[in-house]
Design a protein around this ligand. Sequence first.
Ligand code: ADP
Ligand code: MG
Length: 444
Amino acid sequence: MQFRDLGLPATITRALEEAGYTEPTSVQAEAVPAALAGRDLLVSAQTGSGKTAAFLLPALTKLSERSTMRGNGPRVLVLTPTRELAQQVEKNAQVYGKDLRWMRTACLVGGSSFGFQIRALSRPIDLVVATPGRLMDHMRSGRIDFSRLEMLVLDEADRMLDMGFIDDIEAIVKATPETRQTVLFSATLDGIVGKMAERMTREPQRIEIARTETSGGTIEEHLLYADDLNHKHRLLDHILKESGFDQCVIFSATKAYTEELADKLSDQGYSAACLHGDMPQSWRNRTLNDLRRGRIKILVATDVAARGIDVPTITHVVNFDLPKQAEDYVHRIGRTGRAGRDGTAITLAESKEFHKVRRIEQYLKRQIVEGVIEGMEPTRRPPKGPRRTGGKPGGYGNNRNASGNGYGRDRREGGYGRGEGYQKRGPRRDGPSSSPRSSSHRAD
Ligand code: ADP
Ligand code: MG
């Protein structure tokens, strides 16, 4: 399957080629033709599977023909939960639509200048990417006109609902023309997302791309128990020294601690920076840009700031603190293993937090391979439950046999758990799998 088989105009397929995309991913192969045919869509596919292009390509195809409607309002509106994600989507639109020379885009997010956004809206605009809150501000002051709107995209719809945007979303949808095409992307289409989707779409086609090991790179996951905070720091030091990481995202539970940890790592000589929701937007942007350019090697982040970040060179994710919500685990580890590369995710947990780990595992419907680092074993073991933690150490944690790479790029070599003094605990007989390989159970 080639991009040109999907019915995209040559101006767009050329830009994709230049961006190094050789063939569509599964979600693109399914969603693009359906969207081009004008259908409403409800799509779920795992993180890193190329969903952005799956909605941008049909959107840009619309924009490749000029509108006959009068007015300045956007023809395509994309809603995303976070500022960073909105900016990333706009950037992708500029890459895929680089030959649509007249196309004008705007990113309406909090934390950046109103004046600039207002100016952007004062001339005909083609594509607006926005977070619901800031878009509502513009709507309230009557600065946005949806009469020309042809397509509405909700990216990470489940996340937007989690973040409490449901009323805003409903109000935004109401303000748009009934004739619009609506496409919704979500990790799950069940429950409240499904209900909302029903209300805002017409005879939608559901596209659910099964989680496969071949649609992205493989993420090797490990779990290390620690006695206390001090122990966690020692484990982190070891991981950073031994893992051979290229770029790493460390998740911490609180804003204050991301700062503390980033400072500590900087003092140790790493190029580290923090990212959280209280930082001024310009600073958040600079940090992400520095990460993309490789100037920052370690990003210490909270959950909200890291959502949707797509930096393919991130080789490692470390959960210094456990996520509060089980599903955040999936989003966190999805920051690595992007664009068909492999990644490693290491989770640190205090022994007394075993029940939180269980909850994550229940959500995942699988176990996370537990390991120990020689000489740094926890003194207290989590109680034996459904998870069997005893047994002889089972050699080095390198039994992975990474499978496919959806994009045909080279896989990174080297990495944590490849025989660098890292031991996997003995096989668990009662788990769904005793293989240390675990991969790609991600959703975004
Ligand atoms: P998702 O939204 O599903 O998490 P993204 O849209 O952010 O995933 O895409 C993940 C990465 O894959 C990005 O770096 C993107 O540039 C790359 N990508 C997307 N589609 C393709 C493709 N067809 N070929 C190669 N790379 C792709
Ligand atoms: Mg996405």
